[in-house]
Design a protein around this ligand. Structure first.
Ligand code: DC
Length: 221
């Protein structure tokens, strides 16, 4: 079974998907981490690469994506990538490079291969529309801008990165704008996706709703 979850930055996707996958004993496929790892790996060479430069370097990137113990593991030259792809700069660069077709097809290929390996919760901005349109359950998680800014800010503060509300709001607005206006696989809810507004819900409540939806689907076969 594939559960695909889309939505804008700060809607709670990552936390919700991680817990949901644990509860259902599914694998959690964080596709945003895949874009971040490409952005990170490319930026070791040079930042702000053009589309042609990226296309040229992609086939030689020493990245490998595997599923291990219920999660995605990203290896670069055999070394696991973790915290280094979580900075704001890499998030911005991931958003920038995600508009290039070679990057999307490179990752789409990996994502579909990983999707064949069993029950997964796939999270990311085109998982319901492009990567897994056949997913049994498709959900577009959203929340109002203030809630999303507050949540993202809290995440960064917990990591020791201090960022003002205004700065976070500017970054989220820019990212929403770029992710939803790009020509290829823009962020949008699939027509048959369930739209879930999480502004007034906490994480356990959202997870509970999704667990019920998944159980319901399973019961109906
Ligand atoms: O979810 P995230 O913040 O880790 O994603 C980082 C960027 O990667 C996001 O701004 C756009 C891009 N992305 C994408 O284009 N498609 C996906 N399925 C996931 C992420």
């Amino acid at each position: 079974m594939i559960i695909a979850i889309d939505g804008p930055a700060g809607a709670g996707k990552s936390t919700v998907c991680r817990i949901l996958a644990e509860k259902l004993r599914f694998v959690y496929l964080d596709t945003g981490a895949m874009y971040r790892s490409v952005a990170w790996a490319l930026s070791l060479d040079k930042t702000g690469l053009s589309g042609e430069e990226i296309a040229d370097r992609l086939p030689r990137l020493p990245l490998v994506f595997i599923l291990k113990d219920g999660a995605l593991v990203i290896l670069h030259n055999g070394e696991e990538l973790t915290g280094q792809i979580r900075s704001m700069e890499i998030a911005d660069e991931a958003s920038r490079i995600s508009r290039f077709e070679p990057v999307r097809s490179y990752l789409l290929n990996w994502q579909r291969k990983l999707g064949e390996q069993g029950d997964i919760v796939a999270e990311g901005r085109d998982t319901t529309t492009v990567v897994f349109p056949q997913a049994e359950l498709k959900v577009f998680l959203t929340a109002d801008l203030t809630s999303r800014v507050d949540r993202r800010r809290r995440e960064y503060v917990l990591k020791g990165i201090d960022v003002s509300h205004d700065e976070m709001e500017r970054r989220i607005r820019e990212r929403d704008d770029a992710d939803s206006k790009r020509a290829l696989a823009p962020m949008r809810a699939a027509e048959d996706a369930i739209i879930l507004d999480t502004s007034d819900l906490d994480i356990p409540q959202v997870v509970d709703i999704l667990v019920e939806m998944a159980k319901d689907l399973k019961a109906r076969g």
